[in-house]
Design a protein around this ligand. Structure first.
Ligand code: ZN
Length: 89
């Protein structure tokens, strides 16, 4: 499913628009997201704004969450390959 987040959202790393989220449920404050364009690890804040996860926060993640981030990063890379493939034509 795709969900609206905050229309002002831009990835803090690559500056790409990030006003939509994909997932099993709508995002909430504190949820983690992966930028589909650069794979930055992001955190939703109040008003569904986004910021980059800190190194300290990253070190405190559980193995299960790290595995989920790995899967999401793989999907983001696949998205970028497909996008590049179709933009050549
Ligand atoms: Zn990005």
């Amino acid at each position: 499913m795709s969900y609206e987040t905050n229309p002002k959202n831009r990835c803090p790393r690559c500056s790409h628009g990030a006003e939509h989220a994909s997932g099993a449920a709508p995002p909430n404050t504190g949820d983690i997201a992966i930028c589909a364009y650069c794979s930055a690890v992001l955190v939703y804040t109040k008003g569904l704004r986004i910021r980059e996860m800190t190194e300290t926060e990253y070190r405190e993640l559980t193995p299960e969450v790290l595995a989920e981030i790995g899967r999401a990063t793989f999907v983001a890379a696949k998205f970028r390959r497909m996008r590049a493939m179709f933009s050549r034509n």
